[in-house]
Each structure stands twice: as C-alpha cells, then as structure tokens.
Design a binder for this molecule. Structure first.
Ligand SMILES: [Zn+2]
Ligand SMILES: [Zn+2]
Length: 403
C-alpha cells in the first residue's frame, strides 16, 4: 500500500507472473472488452522496478511535504496536453476531475426533488489521497442517491428482453473472462450488493501522456459523421499502465496502455425509433464529445464494470490499447440548456444523442425517470438517452436502428 509517509514500496510477486496465454487468446476472440493479457514477462522488470520506485518516490514526496493525510493533486504533469479540435465549455481546472455522480436509490421509486434551476456548472472539487480515492461536491449534496451505497449492477443484466434499470445485453455472462479479484475489492459490500464511491480506488494522474485527442463532427446530407482518435480531447487520462501501481494491480491486473486508434462513426442526423429495442453488444456502443468511445455497463464477465474494475480518476480505462468509458465522466456534463437540462455529451450507435445527468429543471435523472433503454422524450429534444450514476449508467438498449 502506498500509504502517506516515507515508506519503501515493494511490488508483490504476483505482478510479475505471466498469465496463461492460451486461455487469454480464447477469451480475446469472444471478449473484446477489458481484455487483460500478460504483463510483458521478464523483459519489463527493470522498467517496472524503476517505475514502481519512481511512483512510490513521488507519492512519498507529496505525502512527506504535506504532512497531511490528504494530498491535493497539483498537476504533477507538465506536458499534459489540453484539448484540441472541440472546445469543451466549462472544463474545470486541471486539478479537478471526474465523475462523481450521485446515483439514485434503485429499490424504491424515485421521488424527484423539487426542480432546482441550474444556472451554472457546479464546481467539482476532487482531491485524491494516498489511498487513490476520490471525493466530489456533487456526491456530497442532498440530491440523488447515497454515493456510499450504489447498486452493483451484476444482477441487472438480461439477455432476454429490455427492462427498466437493466442492461439488455447481447452477451451473456462469461465467468471465465478476466476481471477484478473479488477478495481484493474493498469498496463493494458483497452482502448487500452495493458499492461505495468514496471508497473505490481510481488510478491517479501521473506522467502518462499518450497524445492529443481529436473529435471532428460533420453533418452532411442528414448524416452525422464523427471521427476520433480515441484519446481524450481534454487531455485528462490516468497514469497507465496500472502495473506501475502494485496496490491497484493486485485488485485489477489490467495491463492495458491506451493508444491512439482511429474511429469513424456515421449516424443518421434524424434517427427514428425502431419497431422494438435491440440489445447492446460488448465493445463500442457510442462515442463521447470528448473523443473517447463508450462501452456498455458490463465487463466481459457480464458484471458491473464501473463498480468492480479500476478506472482512472478521469473515468476511463483501456481494453488493451482501447481506452473507453463505461459511464459518463461528470466533467463531460459541462453544458446546460436554458431550462437547466444537460447538454449533449455524446452519440449512441443508433444515432440518438446521450445527454448529461440532468433533466428539465436541472433535476438529476435516475432510472425511474427513464424508459427501458435509459432514454425519454420531452420538449423539442426528441428521443434521447441520459447518463445516470446508477447502473446501467448510459443506455439499457438501443431504441433506434443501428448504423
Ligand atoms: Zn472496460
Ligand atoms: Zn432529457
């Protein structure tokens, strides 16, 4: 554990192990999501030792110099690239971050709080301490669910038919797929099947800087074309690979390193609802305006990816080199329409937009406010999906026809 104070951190033997490549190859063919293959074997040992010691050294310096349990992240990263093609209004200062979204109580019908006019994007005060935890002003307010008891979505995946609050997945559970180690997860209460946002561990920001993210959106002849290189346009990404952080690696062995990959999505500019909803597959189900693809809420095992796996403090993680979000990082919900409703944060593969966390009047959305596909229709916006902090986080199924 990288506790505050001047400690020597040793990497556990487990991170040097080389997994069974055959088993993993078999999974690669059926599980595009969250593939965790080998750690690179003996070749990388020296590099890893240096990286581990360097990480420990930096954290030790931060902890020692503050003399405090909590260390405010002061942008340790000089060369972090900030944005490019599309301005993201309201981007927070560089030491703020991520998603921290109060979810909604899942077991009882939602009773929305009285509409509160939203006049500005709330400031997000995120601090990271030596335990790699995050906190958030939004998770601290009285609106929305208790962030210390979020529903773990494992039991809310269905392959038979769409249902409110569920992910209608094309892929059934695969218990043999890679994933986190249950016994090492400290933020899930496995008895009552809830997870605690404040106790979850997130990969911090560090020296990793994969390049400049791009997002180009054009609409021609009723076709919306979006081209990205799948790196965050706002430059916010964690310090991958996570194998440099033994405390995190013993929980989640994901050795992936995000890299630039070109994607091109073409959607109808005027999508329509299909005769019946369809299931969401593993892999990309849409794209954010931050230039990063969206995956559905489940990992390869069919379990709740956000609740169980370690993502970085900016909300994403790699499947090998493919960076992706399983939910909408809160900072991307940075545009507010006139009536307090969130702006568009991305597009889903059926062409319908996904908006941020807030509905009319600035009221935070929950599953109870949305249909089985996690969307609704009101005003002049037409049909659209919403982000929630509550599983399934982005969409439950496709309401429209796939591209
Ligand atoms: Zn994932
Ligand atoms: Zn809406």
């Amino acid at each position: 554990m990288l506790s505050p104070g001047c400690v020597i951190v040793e990497a556990p033997d487990s991170i040097w192990e080389i997994p069974d490549k055959n088993a993993l190859s078999a999974q690669l063919e059926t599980e595009p999501e969250d593939i965790k293959n080998g750690n690179g074997g003996v070749v990388g040992i020296c590099t890893k030792i240096v990286n581990v010691l360097l990480s420990a050294f930096i954290l030790a310096i931060l902890a020692c110099s503050s003399g405090n349990q909590e260390v405010t992240v002061v942008e340790p990263q000089k060369q972090q690239v900030l944005v490019t093609t599309e301005a993201q209004p309201g981007i927070m200062p560089t030491n703020t971050a991520i998603p921290a979204r109060p979810p909604t109580n899942t077991s009882t019908p939602n009773t929305p709080a009285a509409p509160v006019p939203a006049t500005s994007v709330p400031a997000i005060d995120i601090r990271i301490n030596a335990d790699f935890t995050l906190t958030s002003v939004l998770c601290s307010d009285e609106q929305g669910p208790d962030c210390s008891k979020l529903r773990v979505g494992d039991d809310y995946l269905t392959t038979s038919m769409p249902a409110k609050g569920f992910l209608y997945s094309c892929d059934g559970p695969n218990p043999n797929a890679p994933g986190s180690t249950d016994s090492k997860i400290t933020w899930i209460n496995f008895a009552d099947k809830t997870w605690n946002f404040f106790r979850k561990l997130w990969l911090p920001q560090g020296i990793f800087s994969p390049g400049t993210g791009t997002y180009k959106e054009t609409v021609v002849d009723n076709r919306r074309k979006i081209e990205i290189n799948n790196l965050p346009v706002d430059g916010k990404i964690g310090d991958w690979p996570m194998t440099n952080y033994p405390q995190l690696t013993e929980i989640d062995r994901n050795p992936g390193i995000p890299a630039s990959t070109s994607f091109s999505f073409t959607y109808s500019d005027k999508p329509s609802e299909a005769s019946s909803p369809t299931c969401a597959s593993l892999g990309e189900i849409g794209v954010t305006k931050n230039g990063v693809v969206i995956y559905n809420a489940a990992d390869g095992r069919g379990e709740d990816a956000l609740a169980r796996e370690i993502v970085d403090m900016f909300g994403g993680h790699p499947a090998r080199s493919e960076y992706h979000y399983h939910f909408i990082p809160e900072r991307l919900d940075n545009e507010i329409l006139g009536d307090g409703h969130s702006g568009i944060v991305g597009y889903i593969n059926d062409g319908f937009p996904i908006y941020g966390y807030k509905g009319v009047g600035g009221v935070e959305m929950s599953n109870d406010d949305l249909d089985q596909c996690h969307g609704h229709q009101h005003g002049t916006l037409g049909y659209h999906y919403h982000a929630t902090i509550e599983y399934p986080y982005t969409i439950g199924c496709y309401m429209g026809t796939l591209r």
